[in-house]
Design a binder for this molecule. Structure first.
Ligand code: NAD
Length: 456
């Protein structure tokens, strides 16, 4: 099929590359010239395992092209995917300006009927807004006989495993309109996803609004599990209970399961924070508060401070003269995404309290530089106290303690003798519970984790 993907961010780029890999001819459009230039010169603007190879292979075969040419992009695709950002507006609702702009562009240039698939995470009712925006442009052009069939196909990929998730989805949610147009769109989507749907039925067909809602419900549920475990971990800290035992004890119940039960420094990233807020906003707009979500959010905000509280309890309010190594900056492993990463709160607070900070992340260093430049703009001079280390061990050199914020595999079994030798004191604040307190005590490391009593 000829497919257009609008937006070459984490979702659009993975979608476009993977659909090309499945044999489609894919035109990827972005308004960001810089991104398109990088892609057209063989680079990849984001880090996502396996993506570079797929892009290279499909560019070489001519099945994948990148461009800023809006008219050409609309002319290309019988199916047009919208995969642009839906950032939070000031009131927490999803800002739909990019989605609507993409829809208008389709209406401005389309010369035949097409299917418009919304992959961005959008509030219930956005499908209707997209349809209306396209119709308005068509009518303005005197081409009211044309029509766009609207599909909601929310994306469930996880950054860091996005290619794998796209190619082996748990489920593919397809929301279609009622009537003949919906039935036709459903057939086309079934055909498009057939290669991913071979051994058992993974496609869930539904109406557009239910599909839109499903995405928010999924993210809100996952965020709720995280905040719930974080609250339990904080209580475990007071009670001398080990949250890791509790996690295993409850996760082994199949009604609960093990996923998303890890206590930590709070969720971040581009999705959970904004999607929880947007769903809460939708609810209040409709006169039905989702009380749980307010708590999920406030627990998460507090959780980003938990490591700091432990640091202050151990080393005092004033951290001037102290140096901290921070291992892990991205909001989770295997990505360079720094959006709403807990590391941003932690690094800023350490600097504000007078400390020097030596940071290291296996892939997010460049993104981190941009993020910290923004975060520290109102703290003149503080950037000078932030050092970007060339490696995990380098970050430790002369530090008073190491603070682990992201659970990269490469941090999971360090050479503790070397860690102890590099640090001024063997002091570890672990926001991801990577190690066993008993082992740390045996190694002579003072270990502060989340919801796990320290051993001596
Ligand atoms: P992103 O910010 O990485 O990328 C969005 C891209 O769209 C940018 O490159 C931007 O330049 C481009 N863009 C904006 N307006 C455009 C227009 N009119 N025409 C063409 N390009 C345009 O965003 P993302 O992380 O890929 O997320 C996209 C959507 O998918 C969001 O709604 C998000 O909530 C959802 N989503 C994201 C993830 C994830 O893990 N990142 C997972 C599932 C769903």
């Amino acid at each position: 099929m000829n497919i257009t993907v609008i937006g070459t961010g984490y979702v659009g780029l993975v979608t476009g590359a993977c659909l090309a890999e499945l044999g489609n001819k894919v035109f990827c459009l972005d308004v960001d010239r810089n991104k398109i230039e990088i892609l057209n010169s063989g680079g990849v603007p984001i880090y996502e395992p396996g993506l570079k190879e797929i892009i290279a292979r499909n560019r070489a075969s001519g099945r994948l092209i990148f461009s800023t040419d809006v008219a050409a992009s609309v002319a290309h695709g019988e199916v047009q995917f919208i995969a642009v950002g839906t950032p939070p507006d000031e009131d927490g609702s999803a800002d739909l300006q990019y989605v609507v702009a993409a829809a208008r562009n389709i209406g401005r240039h389309m010369e035949r009927n097409c299917i418009v698939v919304d992959k961005s995470t959008v509030p219930v009712g956005t499908g209707e807004k997209v349809k209306a925006a396209i119709r308005a442009e068509l009518e303005a052009r005197g081409r009211g006989e044309l029509d766009a069939m609207i599909v909601s196909n929310p994306e469930f990929l996880k950054e860091g495993a996005a290619v794998e998730d796209f190619m082996r989805p748990d489920r593919i949610v397809i929301g279609v309109e009622e009537g003949a147009a919906g039935a036709e769109a459903r057939e086309v989507m079934r055909e498009l996803y057939a290669p991913l749907n071979r051994n058992h039925e993974r496609i869930l067909y539904m109406d557009v609004k239910s599909a839109e809602f499903t995405k928010y419900a999924a993210n809100a549920m996952l965020a709720t599990r995280i905040s719930f475990m974080n609250e339990l971990a904080n209580l475990a800290d007071r009670l001398g209970v080990d949250i890791e035992h509790v996690r295993k004890g409850i996760g082994s119940d199949p009604r609960i399961g093990f996923s998303f039960l890890y206590a930590g420094t709070g969720y971040g990233g581009s999705c959970f924070p904004k999607d929880v807020q947007a769903l809460a906003r939708t609810a209040s707009e409709h006169g039905q508060e989702l009380e749980i979500l307010g708590s999920v959010e406030s627990v998460n905000d507090k959780q980003k401070q938990v490591l700091l509280k432990k640091i202050v309890a151990r080393l005092g309010e004033d951290l001037s003269g102290k140096t901290f190594a921070v291992w892990g900056l991205a909001f989770k492993p295997n990505t360079d995404d720094m959006r709403a990463a807990p590391s941003r709160v932690i690094v800023r607070e350490l600097l504000q309290r007078g400390a020097k900070v030596q940071v290291y992340d296996p892939v997010a260093m460049e993104e981190a530089r941009h993020a910290f430049a923004l975060d520290l703009a109102d703290l003149p001079g503080k950037e000078a106290d932030l050092h970007y280390a060339g490696g995990a061990m380098e970050a430790l050199e002369g530090a008073d303690a190491v603070v682990i914020v992201t659970e990269w595999k490469s941090f999971k079994s360090p050479d503790f003798a070397a860690v102890k030798a590099a640090l001024k004191e063997p002091l570890v604040f672990d926001g991801r519970n990577l190690f066993e307190p008993v082992t740390m005590a045996r190694l002579g490391v003072e270990y502060h984790a989340i919801g796990r009593p320290s051993k001596r």
